[in-house]
Design a protein around this ligand. Sequence first.
Ligand code: AKG
Length: 417
Amino acid sequence: MGGEEEGGDAASPAEGPATGVEDRRAVLLRRITEEGGFAYVSSVEKAASGDLRAAEAAREMAWEQLHSGPWHEVVDTWRDAYAMACLHVAELRACAGERGEALRALDMGIIMGGPLLRGDLDAIVGKIMSDQSEAGGSIGTGSDCAERWKEGISKNRDLAEVLQILPSKSLSCKTIVKRSSISLEAFICDYFLHDSPVIISGCIEHWPARTKWKDIEYLKRIAGDRTVPVEVGKNYLCTEWKQELITFSLFLEKICSTNCAANLTYLAQHRLFDQIRELRNDIMIPDYCFAGGGELQSLNAWFGPIGTVTPLHHDPHHNLFAQVVGRKYVRLYPASTSEDLYPHTESMLSNTSQVDLDNIDVKEFSKAENLDFMDCVLEEGEMLYIPPKWWHYVKSLSTSFSVSFWWSAPSIPSKGR
Ligand SMILES: O=C(O)CCC(=O)C(=O)O
């Protein structure tokens, strides 16, 4: 995994290595001064001598900088500045016994902040979490929620029921090949080099996640008080769709109480395992992700109730998509069909199709209607290999927790079949 998590030394060579937390903070304050952030620096200096209001003010100033333009244009210095202000807020809140507020500030620093102070944020999270477990753990789940949770992950709808909630023509064309625990060599020769999708079963039985993530009390205990980003709404193309930051406990309750598509809460494409180390320990990186001698780019969590939809889109990386809890329907179209899938024209959405598979407008998108695709119900314990640029649409058929492993590999001419 990338060094960005370690909060290591990001000082420029001229500044020399900044090894301790005080050094890192001093280097950063110098850079912020160079950026003209005098008011921020003055607030942080007051925060360092115990002034919580000044710490909050510094955090607010850095937050404004993060939102002053497109995210990719925000300079690392201000992302690091945001993390530093979060650290001050968290330290002062923790001293005042406000554990929940302190954890929230730390998670905000982890999610939105830069890499320089990442190790420092993680260290304080670790300390607060271990103090809590010594003091006696978290609040239990109400029996209603526990019942609904069990039903959500265990109820297996039959095919007729499943077909009712899937796009038309689902499971009627070509299904994706399924192989059991194949060797890395077979994966490379038969699928990876041919840009060919495959379902691999029997490879993640030993992951602690397979049992632990079905236990709502376990999830609450290790992550309940942590703040996570979630998506709310039918899917990211809908106008009422929004993103929120909520505690993991509240998110689990929302999974138990979800009953309408417009209100779905989905923890989607989030680097949860960089943020919550205990969850990272429950999974392993499959050897298949080293195919092509490339580099692992990211591990993302996809966790939500029945009915979540990720609209038809493609990604630039190889993807091994592990279905850890529950089942999902996945539909794939080869990269070569791009033109017939009417990608959005604005750059932010150019990897997403305008075609709504749940309700195809055949007049406007006539070429999409009769395109060949491959699909499957990805069952618990299976992994699906999605080659780069292949279009995919995903719908959950139960409460579902999946992990995607994205990796890049030097481009190797694909061998068509
Ligand atoms: O599970 C989902 O909802 C979508 C997964 C996905 O798009 C991906 O792994 O790239």
